[in-house]
Design a protein around this ligand. Structure first.
Ligand code: NAD
Length: 633
């Protein structure tokens, strides 16, 4: 008999090899899974045919179609394993290996004279299930993995295991895999898989130069500060959490405690581990407690003067090596850094909300930020399980900068004839989890107003007469206290406690009234136009970020938009999607929309886009070549 000993992770091909063996044994710290659907394909070495034979169609389909890995204990309960080797969290990897090997050899010796009857998975029978089961599962998949092909196709392959003998089932698996392999979704998902692993590769930055961060300060115990602190204490990194007021400090600490209580209640952690994490938190009202930290992140109010005075104070108190980070979402990192005598050690760490949940971090390098500071912050971001992307210092950095023209188009469409639900439906159908107006209602419409006020464009006399202003309705909504979900009224109206908005006549009347007042004759706008205008404005801005050197790679932009803004991963992010649509088509459309709307700067095509469109090149290829040439210099 062949016994497979699983040490660590047996994902995809690893588990498929194990399924080809007669016996499987694993350490309790191991994990198994068939995650191929996340790459737009299916487990194509017999996984879809063997797993249902071993554990039944229901459990196999759930594992294969979700792509989610499971712990060894769960795999044992499901019948994937024949034996488990108990390993405590304190034992070393070497001890784990030795114990597992011993147990595997013992098992092999014990079964060496046993018959292999029933031990070749391919020879097992699959218990058939009714079509109703497949229909229900397909419905569930369509909901959980909306817009994704691979999970539904994988279900077909699993179904084949119950309908055909093993050999024929394997042929079906291959046919389906062949089709998936060349699909645009597989290309997009694989692009994301690699782009995520490339964000740490930045031309001119040696990540080994980073210094270890062992002690952290967080200033501001508000929504962001408390979320940021959670990331560190969860990993056993001590945090001093500072606020100016006892009341707000207490509120922040309570939010952190509630978070851990919730995790214990949901069974996601133990009371012991939660208490251990909370033991790393030290709340304080005194900046002096930060004298010894390696890194501080300020998350105080979004106001330049407040942030500058906080950084100035930190510069005086912290040891000279301390890295000073700002969680600003819009302010200029260089201006903030100018308040200190160590601008080389100042950097933006733009967390996304909720900061303990969202994995994306835009780390913003100012003009004086040193290589060592960048490397240290990129590395600590990884340590706290974030996906860090290094971006340049421009208004809105990459994510929010690209959001502005995208959002402006959505608002321009309202002026010209669409309603919020028309725009949102198109974006939802494209694959976003929600449309822009729903998103704005959820985040709070006052945030947008606050930014427009800071830009000085709410007051008509302050606006650039050569730029079209599209946010009159958005401004008026705030005057009417329609802030969104939190006030039960925004672009939509909401039943108490519900997040599901309904179109609201008051808002629709206001939109129509504003169109008239602003001199627009409303017209029917097609779904195609809505999609193109929103997405092409977004893509054009992405090209501008690249040509200005604010983004280092097209894949970085894709990662930001997928992890920060819900861009559908099966479309690969805005820049990958642009290549898939064709740059010439996008460029021509931008010119066309610009002709109809010359006062919108979003329709000024990026030079890089223009150059690639006219030469017929793809962005991905062009950029890879460019980076290669740079690294050879
Ligand atoms: N909320 C978001 O979605 C989001 C997302 C990314 C970034 N940000 C940025 O994060 C920062 C904080 O945002 P928030 O939503 O957590 O704000 P918040 O109002 O919830 O919290 C700010 C906290 O800072 C404290 N504070 C203010 N001045 C202080 C000082 N001088 N010293 C110590 N504490 C002080 C306040 O008492 C308050 O508790 C802002 O710069 C914001 O732009 C917010």
């Amino acid at each position: 008999p062949i016994v497979c000993a699983i040490h660590g992770t047996a994902f995809g091909g690893g588990l498929e090899v194990a399924l080809g063996c007669h016996y499987r044994i694993a350490s309790t710290r191991s994990k198994v899974g068939l995650p191929e659907v996340n790459l737009g394909i299916l487990p194509g070495a017999g996984g879809t045919q063997r797993l249902p034979r071993l554990i039944g169609v229901w459990l196999a389909a759930e594992m294969i179609c979700s792509g989610k890995p499971i712990e060894a204990v769960d795999a044992d309960a499901k019948g994937i394993l024949d034996d488990l080797v108990e390993i405590s969290s304190l034992e070393s990897v070497q001890t784990e290996y030795d114990k597992l090997l011993d147990a595997a050899i013992t098992l092999a010796l014990r079964v060496k004279n046993h018959s292999l009857e029933g031990k070749r998975v391919s020879q097992l029978k699959v218990e058939p299930v009714s079509d109703f089961f497949y229909e229900q599962l397909a419905l569930q998949i369509s909901k959980n993995a909306r817009g994704m092909n691979a999970p539904l196709q994988a279900l077909k392959a699993v179904k084949a295991s119950a309908m055909f003998p093993f050999k024929e089932g394997m042929q079906r698996e291959q046919q389906i895999l062949g089709r998936l392999f060349v699909s645009s979704q597989a290309k997009a998902l694989q692009h994301i898989f690699f782009a995520e692993r490339q964000t740490m590769k930045i031309p001119g930055i040696d990540m080994k130069k980073g210094v270890p961060i062992k002690f952290v300060g967080v200033i501001g115990a508000g929504m962001m500060g408390s979320g940021i602190a959670i990331n560190f204490i969860k990993k056993g990194i001590p945090v001093v959490l500072i606020d100016a007021e006892q009341e707000f400090l207490d509120r922040g600490v309570k939010a952190i405690e509630d978070y851990f209580k919730g995790r214990v209640k949901k069974g996601k952690t133990t009371r012991f581990l939660a208490d251990r994490s909370l033991g790393y938190l030290r709340p304080s009202l005194h900046y002096e407690d930060l004298s010894n930290v390696d890194l501080v992140i300020e998350a105080v109010f979004e106001n330049l003067d407040v942030k500058k005075s906080v950084l100035k104070h930190l510069d005086e108190i912290c040891k000279p090596q301390t890295i000073l980070c700002t969680n600003t979402s819009t302010l200029d990192i260089d201006q903030i850094a100018s308040a200190t005598n160590r601008p080389d050690r100042v950097i933006g760490t733009h967390f996304f909300s909720p900061a303990n949940v969202m994995r994306l971090m835009e780390n913003v390098a100012g003009s004086k930020t040193s290589e060592r500071t960048i490397a240290s912050v990129m590395q600590i971001s990884k340590t706290i399980s974030k996906i860090p992307v290094l971006v340049g210092n421009c208004f809105g950095f990459i994510g929010n900068r690209m959001l502005f023209p995208y959002n402006n188009q959505a608002n321009a469409l309202l002026q010209e004839g669409a309603f919020p639900h028309d725009v949102d439906k198109v974006l939802y159908d494209f694959g976003f989890p929600m449309g822009l107006f729903q998103m704005s209602d959820l985040a709070g419409n006052d945030i947008g107003l606050h930014i427009r006020k800071a830009q000085g464009i709410v007051d008509p006399s302050q606006r650039d007469p050569n730029e079209r202003y599209v946010s009159t309705t958005a401004d008026k909504l705030c005057e009417m206290k329609r802030f969104g979900v939190k006030s039960s009224k925004g672009w939509y109206s909401y039943a108490k406690g519900s997040r599901k908005g309904r179109p609201d006549k008051e808002v629709m009347d206001l939109i129509v009234e504003n169109s008239k007042a602003e001199g627009f004759v409303r017209r029917n706008i097609s779904a195609k136009e809505i999609e193109e205008r929103c997405l092409y404005a977004l893509i054009n801005e992405g090209f501008k970020c690249l040509e200005e050197g604010m983004a280092y790679k097209p894949g970085d932009i894709d990662i930001i938009w997928i992890y920060g803004y819900g861009f559908p991963p099966q479309k690969g992010g805005p820049m990958h999607y642009a290549d898939a649509v064709g740059l010439k088509k996008i460029y021509d459309s931008i010119l066309q929309y610009g002709k109809a709307d010359p006062k919108t700067s979003a329709w000024k095509p990026s030079k890089l886009l223009e150059q690639l469109a006219s030469s017929g090149k793809k962005l991905a290829k062009y950029w890879t070549k460019k980076l290669k040439a740079q690294s050879n210099l």
